[in-house]
Design a protein around this ligand. Structure first.
Ligand SMILES: Cc1ncc(COP(=O)(O)O)c(C=O)c1O
Length: 369
């Protein structure tokens, strides 16, 4: 008997999530200097961690022999103050991915349905399948979530409905008014989960806190991996109704968020200068990338997040070509988008290198006419 015969069905149905290759490995494979490899594949912050977060993280290392605060008191207070909610309405996680998994533990099982966009962030589907629930994938409209179609896909069996705005990998965001209308229209057996991983990059982020306060079943996810530059520490959070948060608290590991991450996240929340710099640089970098890519002849999509979706012809071939030049982007076959790559907005220098490499790729014969 094989191990697979013993495994849960959800595990066997699970596609393997393939993260981009690390810089050191790409450098080694292509004979490059690691410092010259630009990783524009995972929507990380090209400006590094916030300096205040780094200092706080280093200081926290001095107590690394002590378990972290399992309840995350200081962190929850800091997040609650920033979000304008009670600390009891906040649950920190080992990345916001962990919070998605906690939702699975609490609400998903065979026979239950989860509504999501067909090109939505893939972890919704992975977690749904892991718990043996059914992913109901709703076609998207011009790469944005089609909220009326998603509402129509809700059945008696639906427990969760995910919308990422802006969505990864498509970049499209939904209007605040239509998100609010959906929150108000969903039946009470459905939890509307709004993933705000890239909300900080929007000019005005949708705000569902009024719907939350009015008792609608709305739960929001945020992360420190993007604008706060702490992807390597794995820290994110969810906020919503205190009853829901209390349920999720029951299913998490006792010390799910490490002490260095907690300290760094608290400091990052207070680093307004860094935050504003990242927003400005991202907006400027987006303009450079979009106009540069368009000038070479590539169509670009997406709104205000820290990445650009680009139609390049053969996404995998483009990815390999760029990788050989020390630039890592994300091919999107796994999202059923083989003609596209997703490019994280980098530093000014990285953006220029990317454009030069795309100029070379534009002459490549694999590109469609
Ligand atoms: C839409 C979306 N949600 C959640 C996440 C997960 O972020 P974290 O690093 O907090 O797990 C990502 C990461 O890329 C994302 O794009």
């Amino acid at each position: 008997m094989n191990y697979a015969d013993l495994a849960n069905a959800g595990v066997l149905a699970q596609p393997v999530y393939e993260p981009g290759k690390p810089i050191a490995r790409v450098a080694q494979e292509f004979g490059l200097v690691p410092d010259e490899v630009a990783k524009l594949a995972s929507n990380e912050n090209p400006h590094g961690p916030s300096p205040l977060a780094m200092a706080a993280g280093r200081a926290a290392m001095g107590s690394a022999h002590i378990y972290p605060d399992g309840a995350g008191h200081l962190l929850r207070e800091a997040i609650a103050a920033e979000r304008g909610v009670e600390p009891e309405a906040v649950i920190p996680g080992n990345g916001s991915n962990e919070i998605i998994e906690l939702l699975g533990h609490a609400f998903l099982r065979p026979g239950v349905e989860v509504v999501m966009g067909a090109q939505a962030f893939i972890v919704y589907k992975l977690v749904t399948r892991l718990f043996g629930a059914t992913a109901v994938e709703v076609p998207m409209k011009g790469f944005a979530h089609d909220l009326s179609a998603m509402r129509a896909a809700v059945t008696e069996r639906t427990r969760l409905l995910f919308v990422a705005s802006p969505n990864n990998p498509t970049g499209a965001a939904n209007e605040a008014a239509e998100l609010l209308a959906l929150a108000e229209d969903l039946p009470e057996h459905v939890i509307f989960c709004l993933d705000e991983a890239y909300a900080e990059y929007l000019d005005t982020a949708p705000d569902l806190r009024t719907a939350m306060a009015a008792g609608r079943k709305v739960f929001c996810l945020r992360t420190f991996s993007k604008i706060y530059g702490l992807g390597g520490l794995r820290i994110g959070y969810g906020y919503g109704d205190q009853e829901l948060v209390a349920l999720l608290q029951r299913v998490r590991q006792p010390f799910n968020v490490n002490a260095v991450a907690q300290a760094a996240a608290v400091a990052a929340l207070g680093d307004v200068e860094f935050y504003e710099m990242c927003r400005r640089e991202n907006a400027a970098g987006r303009e450079v990338l979009v106009s540069g890519l368009n000038a070479i002849g590539f169509e670009t999509f997406g709104g205000s997040a820290n990445f650009v979706l680009t139609r390049v012809g053969d996404g995998s071939a483009c990815f390999l070509k760029l990788q050989s030049q020390g630039i890592i982007v994300r091919p999107l076959d796994v999202y059923g988008m083989p003609e596209f790559v997703r490019i994280t907005i980098g530093t000014q220098e990285e953006n220029q290198r990317l454009l030069q490499a795309m100029q070379v790729w534009s002459g490549s014969e694999l590109r469609p006419a």
